[in-house]
Design a protein around this ligand. Structure first.
Ligand code: MRU
Length: 328
């Protein structure tokens, strides 16, 4: 099946009237519906409501939202503040807005989008090199093209490994509470022709114990200088399980996710989302992310290559202020 075009996931139409158009990820895989945002405030609301989600994709959407405000002659400082406040954990959001600060032009946002997809392809090639032939991988949440504006990080690595004949199949955590795994990752793997099976998040331990998992591959929302990594809630549990079973956990993410100004995971803002996403009836807690200590991560793979512990040294050159279009 044809790959989704990056502009099918998120794009800026200059109009008139100008608008940012987002594939509504809340309705996938049952319906392919777009949401059109006429203002940066509407883009910010769509990010908050997870019409578009995934760390690199929300950065790209924010860049387009900022360019939209400039095109319309709106207050760009107010637009930038609204976009930056839409979700707190993924550092790609503030990174992308910083990249746009001195030139909020549509083509600059498009170049940022193109460069993120290119970085995905580069890191996927590096990460696939970690997998032995016949690998049975497990992944969590959705770190595919939907989450990155095209191709994907963890799912990109799995796609590349499949194309190289290294991958046997993928176990896909359903990913409570919003089911990014069973709705989005499974759909992307199906479209790419990669054998896969959705599992309840709580099935991971027994499947590892049964010897059915060779590695865990995830994306990231923010990586501290010491390698501590924020990602979708449940990633930390998988990391502890993987350590217990002697299985490597690989994090695949672009340098736009690496936050060298944050020393450790303890300093990261962790989003707490509405209780109603967990249960409509009872009180609930809904932290959307957790932090996996760098010590539990076998390797962090960026577009520059494979980074191993000590991450303070191996990530030190992963500058998140890469100029637009910079190559590894
Ligand atoms: O709440 P979400 O769906 O935006 O969370 C997304 C994740 O945690 C992804 O794993 C992460 O952003 C990596 S995307 C390449």
């Amino acid at each position: 099946m044809a790959d989704l075009d990056p502009y099918d996931i998120v794009r800026l139409e200059e109009g008139p009237p100008p608008r940012v158009v987002l594939l509504d990820q809340r309705r996938l895989p049952d319906e392919l519906v777009e949401v059109a945002c006429g203002t940066a405030a509407e883009v910010a609301a769509s990010i908050r409501q997870m019409v578009v989600r995934g760390a690199p994709a929300i950065g790209i959407a924010a860049a387009y939202g900022y360019a939209l405000a400039a095109l319309r002659g709106d207050d760009v400082d107010a637009a930038r503040a609204a976009l930056a406040a839409s979700r707190p954990t993924a550092v790609n959001l503030t990174w992308a807005l910083a990249q746009m600060a001195d030139d909020p032009a549509p083509d600059r946002a498009r170049e940022l989008h193109r460069a993120e997809v290119q970085r995905c392809r580069e890191m996927s090639a590096h990460a696939a090199g970690l997998l032995a032939p016949g690998t049975r991988a497990l992944t969590h949440c959705n770190a595919g093209g939907l989450a990155t504006g095209g191709y994907g990080t963890a799912v990109g690595a799995l796609r590349t490994a499949w194309e190289r004949g290294l991958l046997e199949r993928v176990l896909v955590d359903e990913t409570r509470p919003l089911l990014q795994g069973s709705r989005l990752t499974a759909w992307e793997l199906e479209r790419a022709g990669v054998p896969h099976a959705v599992i309840a998040d709580s099935a991971a331990a027994s499947l590892m114990a049964a010897g059915e998992v060779d590695c865990v591959v995830t994306g990231a929302d923010r990586i501290a200088a010491n390698g501590d990594t924020a990602n979708k809630i449940g990633t930390y549990s998988l990391a502890v399980l993987a350590l217990h079973h002697g299985i490597p956990l690989y994090v695949v993410a672009p340098t736009s996710t690496v936050d060298l100004e944050t020393a450790t995971g303890g300093e990261m803002p962790i989003e707490e989302r509405p209780a109603a996403e967990v249960t409509q009836r009872f009180p609930a807690r809904n932290p959307a992310f957790d932090v996996t200590p760098g010590a539990l991560i076998a390797a962090i793979v960026t577009e520059h290559g494979v980074h191993r512990a000590p991450y303070v040294e191996s990530l030190a050159n992963a500058h998140r202020t890469l100029p637009l279009g910079a190559r590894s």
